[in-house]
Design a binder for this molecule. Sequence first.
Ligand SMILES: Nc1ncnc2c1ncn2[C@@H]1O[C@H](COP(=O)(O)OP(=O)(O)O)[C@@H](O)[C@H]1O
Ligand SMILES: O=P(O)(O)OC[C@H](O)CO
Length: 510
Amino acid sequence: MASHGHGPFIAAIDQGTTSSRCIVFDRDGRIVAVDQKEHEQIFPRPGWVEHDATEIWTNVQEVVAGAVGKAGLTRADIAAIGITNQRETTLIWDRTTGEPVHNAIVWQDTRTDALCRELGRNVGQDRFRRETGLPLASYFAGPKARWLLDNVDGLRERAARGDLLFGTMDSWVIWNLTGGIDGGRHVTDVTNASRTMFMNLHTMEWDDKICESIGVPRRMLPEIRSSAEVYGEIKGGVLGELLGGIPVASALGDQQAALFGQTCFAEGETKSTYGTGTFMVMNTGSKIINSYSGLLTTVGYRIGEADPVYALEGSIAVTGSLVQWMRDQMGLISTAAEIETLALSVEDNGGAYFVPAFSGLFAPYWRSDARGVIAGLTRYVTKAHLARAVLEATAWQTREIADAMTKDSGVELAALKVDGGMTSNNLLMQTLADFLDAPVVRPMVAETTCLGAAYAAGLAVGFWNGTDDLRANWRRAAEWTPRMDAETRDREYKSWLKAVERTMGWLDES
Ligand SMILES: Nc1ncnc2c1ncn2[C@@H]1O[C@H](COP(=O)(O)OP(=O)(O)O)[C@@H](O)[C@H]1O
Ligand SMILES: O=P(O)(O)OC[C@H](O)CO
């Protein structure tokens, strides 16, 4: 059997929106091996996005075995394994067969728009915000679970019999890793639970009244645990043979994991992750800050029995995916990196502003009736100006969230720690520093999401002694300082905000 918690490495699984990966880290937080596999994006109708959870579980097993194999390790070398995941993506499965009852409904999916409006009318927006920290929006898991119960034949009866389990992807992966139908643990962590709309932020427990008003039986929900503790051990299946006995010792939603991996342990410290979407998260310590500016109040992390650490979050649905759209749908570039070369071929945006409200606007607006707009077009505008406008869209959306965070928390942004695929774009990073009027800093280990999950798992098994050990691992790789004059910044910001206004109300309520 495994040597529990004594091996010199920690593994972390990142079950993301487009792929699943596993990274093995050493004690200094350095990457030893990586394996990754994409899964299919299923679009049954416009606005609907699904994943095949069985494919995801197969991929997770493959990447764990792959990373461990590449590193040449055995179970005795690995002290623990941690999990981080795309958040809100919702699954219901049968505990007796281990089979999902339907594809997972992905966080970007907008099918519950009408249901959310109805809940808003019947129960009231404020009630959800007050108890869960979240506005009523199709983004979150609760209404997705209700949709499944309403729309998959026989589900309510099966739920009443106690055969069905609800979970976000952390729960699905942990249940399978720890034995599945043979005693798998049905748990979630506080960070993932805080995105369901079922958890009361103040008690950190499922809120019976809210579950009832959304219409999902509480008995389907997993047990809420901390983000760093041993939930169980790897057991059964392919991984059981290879890595059986390794403690499964952390779970964090991917944006909270990045906060942890960026070592934002002090109140006011903030990170922003630039991938398909962008998620800016500020540590607010023991304070539950109610947002009046369109941010989410969420759980940052909870380490074992310690008090929970809360956070404010600004979620942007479309950033890197706009670059993909320029590449795949418009054919204006052939690789994502080319957006920078193209944008650098001109001095400015030529008067064009691009607001990519492709699936409505998330923070700080939460408007599902908004759709994308390119404003300020004249014959002067070229594809290079559009490339600038694409990058500026990401930077302005970040600026809007930074403003909201300052308003809600009273804390001025001292510096922004960044990570994610888009941070390899130097022009974007400089633009960000210019628009924020604050330094932007990128760490040496850009894989902060997996690193955060590894750190939490390592703390749970005593591999690292405390957060000071982790801070010591953080190293700056690059920094961008603001160079734009205030007058230009303010003028451009006004134009951006005018363009945003023009996206609203495009869709009719019906
Ligand atoms: N040099 C670049 N400039 C702008 N965007 C980029 C660049 N390289 C990658 N991207 C964008 O970053 C995203 C990939 O980042 P990643 O962190 O892997 O995303 P995720 O974890 O959300 O899948 C893609 O949407 C891609 O378009
Ligand atoms: O998998 P990512 O990196 O696109 O992250 C998705 C977020 O967790 C959605 O809230």
